[in-house]
Design a protein around this ligand. Sequence first.
Ligand code: RIB
Ligand code: CA
Length: 305
Amino acid sequence: MHKIIIDCDPGHDDAMAIMTALAHSGELELLSFCTVAGNQTLEKVTKNVLKLEEYLDLDIPVYKGCDHPLLKENKPQPAAHGESGMDGPVLPEPVKKEEAISAVEYYKQVLKKEEKVTIVALAPLTNIATLLTEAPECADHIEQIVLMGGALNGGNINKYAEFNIWHDPEAAKIVFDSGIKVIMAPLEVCYAGGILIKETKRFEREGKVSKLVKDLFDFYCRYAIDRGWDKTAVFDLIPVLYLLNKDLFTYKKGHVDIVLDGEDTQGQTVFREGEGDHIALIDADREGCMKIFFDAIDRLDQRYS
Ligand code: RIB
Ligand code: CA
């Protein structure tokens, strides 16, 4: 059993990662959600988590985190996720509210209380870097950080970098240099474990959760379909799948350096194999990844039927 905190910026793929984790409550004890500015503004991504909670009738605490990177400017991504940050599904305005304390204050409190917590980081690392700067002693209570981020052979936001790292490279440097066990899921493994566009048709069926997933994919897959791709990555799914079944992945150990600036290089993750303890997931059993994801949505459809 892993005790996990999901640090996120929903985000279509964040939402699908969250649902997959929820379907595995026997292996993953989901303590909370912490939100951070990334795909959209802090307000919008927090609202998206609250909408998801209400749709799924959840009672998991939501903590609002940092509303901008440590040094860089906010760069929301409406092209990928829409103006709302989770365009596609029509979900009612949430009644549920976030908790009164900030995500960083929450981290300080929960990490002093809990023995070992896994942080599943699906967004820019601003919250975690702020925590480690303000309360470095909390690092001892973080078992590992399993994050979607980084790129080994080419970026999705500039020539070399992946969005989550690019958005707050200073934060990423603090996290990667912290000495905490980091498992990185870079772009390459996310594509290796991705979904075929034709597989998304399976969600066009009865089922409260399948309907939500269909509506999410209808918007999210436009980017791939417009480019003639037959497959897309559900990026944030990979850290959750890793926690559920490490055997689906191959990895390399090494050291990751973060490049802080440069039009083509801001956020670049320079991986030097064999020179450190960072774990970079390299390849994935795509069929195995999709089986866990599909079964998770089936389980939730049953749960909400
Ligand atoms: O580069 C992909 C990452 O950026 C994912 O976490 C996605 O949700 C966006 O945050
Ligand atoms: Ca995300």
